[in-house]
Design a protein around this ligand. Structure first.
Ligand code: UTP
Length: 313
């Protein structure tokens, strides 16, 4: 083994994860928002996918609110061309606020868009080379701390009276440390469309992760627990991503980098107690819109009547 190790190139050695840093709180979150959003064209030609709204809140707002609920202080947006609206959304809109103030309008609707000065940081991914590459672009700001990742187009809604997905993960992290991904159980016949975990021992909502398989062929999935868009990772993943190895679709994949951390550092899955909507797909987006509109006190009854009318025709 020692001889084999000596044969590794310098870049291969750099890409090997090192022992886990001592347990630190999760203060930083990375939001990769530099993707092209091609599945939503032409809607996303001039508007970032992450600014598409479910009822009246853009997807990015749901993700940032979930991060704040989990105690995360610093939001790092990995942006690209045409994504400035995301940063604008969390800025103060003086003209809008002045006009609303003059007209006596309630400005509480803007509360969630106010950022504490300095808590939103942007870095640029010049070319969308893949999710793993987007995360790597944030390495200087992440530094040597464990950090959270949110894929804003996966909308995670906690059960009524319960907490959000990242808060559940931060609580699990306090118990086991290391790396965590959120998972959901889906029916067996749906598993082959997703990234799936190979499970080890399970306790409560925690399952040890022994492996990660991307889109397993039908009947060959190691479990029905699919990876959903929330992660807590140790900073060593940046050294793995540094190697910039291309994976499925010719993209630098986060899943490949995470797979290399398994066995080197603790790795667990947290089964999310709540619902996930895949808002990167059109049908998932419509489903989320309907579900959340139906639950709203201010419009739920009316939306239900409308839906019933439409279905009756
Ligand atoms: P997706 O593959 O779902 O987003 O990536 P996309 O590429 O924007 O969408 P389609 O498939 O073309 O419709 C998951 C997340 O990773 C980000 C995306 O913005 C999205 O939030 N991403 C993806 C990046 O930031 N950079 C990339 O190179 C790729």
């Amino acid at each position: 083994m020692a001889e084999q190790h000596a044969q590794l190139t310098a870049s291969e050695q750099d890409s090997k994860p090192r022992p886990m840093s001592s347990r630190k709180p999760i203060r930083k979150a990375v939001f990769p928002v530099a993707g092209l959003g091609t599945r939503f064209l032409p809607a996303t030609k001039a508007i970032p996918k992450e600014m598409l709204a479910i009822v009246d809140r853009p997807l990015i707002q749901y993700a940032v609110d979930e991060a704040r609920e989990a105690g995360i202080e610093q939001m790092i947006f990995v942006t690209g061309r045409g994504k400035t609206a995301i940063v604008e959304h969390f800025d103060i809109a003086y003209e809008l606020e002045n006009t609303m103030g003059e007209r006596g309008k309630d400005m509480a609707v803007l509360d969630a868009t106010r950022a504490t000065p300095g808590d939103i940081i942007t870095v640029r991914q010049q070319v969308p080379l893949g999710l793993g590459h987007a995360i790597w672009c944030a390495r200087a700001i992440v530094g040597d701390e464990p950090f959270a990742i949110f894929l804003p187009d996966e909308l995670m809604i906690g059960n009524k009276g319960g907490t959000g997905c990242m808060k559940q993960m931060v609580e699990a992290y306090a118990e086991v440390g290391g790396n965590l991904i959120s998972v959901l159980e889906v029916p067996d016949d749906e598993v082959s469309s997703y990234g799936v975990i190979a499970p080890g021992e399970a306790r409560g909502n925690l399952t040890e992760v022994r492996g990660l398989v991307e889109k397993p062929p039908r009947g060959q999935a190691p479990s029905n627990k699919i990876i959903s868009g929330r992660y807590i990772l140790q900073p060593e993943v940046m050294r793995v991503l540094e190697a910039q190895e291309k994976g499925a679709g010719g993209e630098i994949q986060l899943t490949d980098a995470m797979a290399k951390m398994i066995g080197q550092q603790p790795f667990h899955a947290v089964t999310f107690d709540g619902r996930r909507f895949d808002c990167g797909s059109k049908t998932g987006f419509v489903e989320a819109t309907l579900a959340l509109a139906l639950e709203r006190e201010d419009m739920g009854a009316e939306v239900r009547r409308m839906a019933e009318r439409l279905l009756a025709n």
